[in-house]
Design a protein around this ligand. Structure first.
Ligand SMILES: Cc1cc2nc3c(=O)[nH]c(=O)nc-3n(C[C@H](O)[C@H](O)[C@H](O)COP(=O)(O)OP(=O)(O)OC[C@H]3O[C@@H](n4cnc5c(N)ncnc54)[C@H](O)[C@@H]3O)c2cc1C
Length: 406
């Protein structure tokens, strides 16, 4: 009996949106590709499901019309509403109209199937080893050890990537981690406009405080430091929503949370892999403003797939091609956090300045001052100098410094 491991062209780890976009490029090019997912599919993914216009366009162009079953209720999102401790709230609409409110369990599974890739669920990545002409990967498939040999591996396994851990042991202990948690409430009374994703620039509530409607319930979410008490932070927000916005919610029915590698895109510290292993999506550090990660996951995944196609058919060095072509996505993502771009360009597909201009001068000044006060919450991470350094480099060179990538 032949006990040698199966050989494929590409192994993708994780079955999310970055994986689907990557798989689409590889399958279209005729490369034998297997995508593994540790959970049973379709799998749950904690996410608000708010898609940027660019992410929306990517889905339509690559996977076709959006079916109803991949959407939550309300089925679309008009934009973002910002709230402040004392300044008036502002509503900022997405360019080009509302975008789909994705139900990640179904949308990711839909995109993966539309890519045509072979998927193995309940199969976890365990470790890898570069061998002559490829990578030998140990898996745990439905409780049994297995091996697969791939010419290239693409890590699309999200913020706590095991592949990143395998390629760069110790790296994940060197970056800051954020905890986010959300609870689902029955609604007694909620004047918050259901067409918007609501975000609070309020240092007294936490690093990241949000709320929105989903399937007849109201989500209340909060970001908090590792080691802090999620329940207490959440209770504080619910009380505040009641006091300030006249929101009355029933007790929380469900609750969930996770850790986020937020911060890498702010300071241009992406992780793109080594040798025949490429890292993409949020595993690489892509996260846009408002924790919008889906559009960057889709685009970076597609670029990883294109780099492998170049390597497979034109013998090009895969890392070199990937790192060259990923520059465009780095620019889009890091621009969203770049103060010079925010002031003088328009990196978001929603017009903050237009919304601000609707206010009188005094209120505009209060909004800006409260955003600045809120940003001081992040001072402890000492990102300020790095952000400014990268912003000036981008201004002068037209791109971010590739030497900072890992
Ligand atoms: C609370 C919250 C709200 C968010 N809201 C939004 C939003 O509204 N809009 C938005 O655009 N983004 C949002 N995001 C961010 C967004 O969810 C991510 O940026 C995006 O899903 C990243 O996609 P990805 O393809 O890189 O990886 P992920 O979506 O993280 O998927 C990784 C996949 O890999 C699998 N996997 C992990 N380890 C292994 C392993 N060892 N072996 C096999 N498989 C593995 C996982 O099970 C998962 O299926 C939110 C995130 C959180 C936490």
């Amino acid at each position: 009996m032949d006990t040698s491991p199966r050989s494929v062209d590409v192994l993708i780890v994780g079955a999310s949106l970055s994986a689907a976009a990557c798989a689409k490029r590889l399958v279209d090019a005729g490369l034998e590709t297997v995508c593994i997912e540790r959970k049973e599919l379709p799998r749950h993914k904690i996410c608000s499901g708010i898609l940027s216009p660019r992410g929306h366009r990517f889905l339509l162009e690559n996977f076709g019309p959006i079916p109803r079953e991949i959407l939550h209720e309300p089925t679309s999102c008009t934009g973002v509403a910002f709230h402040f401790p004392s300044a008036p709230s502002i509503e900022i609409d997405f360019d080009g109209g509302p975008t789909p409110h994705l139900y990640r369990r179904n949308s990711d599974w839909w995109a993966i199937r539309r890519s045509g890739v072979e998927v193995q669920d309940r199969t976890s990545f365990v470790r890898l080893e570069e061998v002559e002409g490829g990578v030998l990967v140990d898996l745990n498939r439905r409780g049994r050890p297995e091996q697969i040999r791939a010419r290239w591996v693409v890590a699309a396994d999200g913020p706590t990537s095991m592949v990143v851990k395998a390629v760069y042991p110790g790296y994940q202990e060197t970056i800051p981690w954020f905890m986010v948690g959300q609870k689902f409430h029955d609604i007694v009374r909620c004047p918050l406009d259901t067409r918007y994703f609501h975000f609070w620039f309020h240092p007294g509530l936490g690093h990241y405080t949000w709320s929105h409607a989903r399937d007849g319930r109201q989500i209340v979410g909060v970001g908090f430091d590792v080691g802090h008490n999620f329940d207490a932070a959440h209770r504080n927000v619910v009380r505040y929503l009641h006091r300030r916005h006249d929101v009355e919610l029933g007790p929380a029915q469900d609750s969930e949370g996770c850790g986020e590698n937020f911060g890498l895109s702010l300071i241009n510290r992406y992780v793109f892999g080594r040798g025949r292993v490429l890292v993409t999506g949020q595993a690489a550090g892509f996260l846009n403003m408002m924790a919008e990660g889906m559009s960057a996951a889709l685009h970076s995944g597609a670029i990883a797939g294109e780099a492998v196609v170049e390597a497979a058919f034109h013998g090009r060095p895969v890392q070199e091609v990937y790192r060259k072509h990923i520059e465009s996505e780095v620019r889009r993502c890091s621009d969203q956090w770049n103060p010079l771009q925010i002031l003088f360009a328009r990196p978001h597909e929603a017009d903050f300045w237009k919304a601000l201009r609707k206010l009188g001068w005094g209120d505009r000044a209060r909004v800006v001052s409260e955003v600045v006060k809120f940003a001081q919450l992040y001072a402890k991470f000492r990102w300020g100098r790095q952000i400014l350094g990268q912003a000036f480099h981008r201004l002068v060179a037209g791109r971010y410094e590739a030497a900072r990538w890992i």
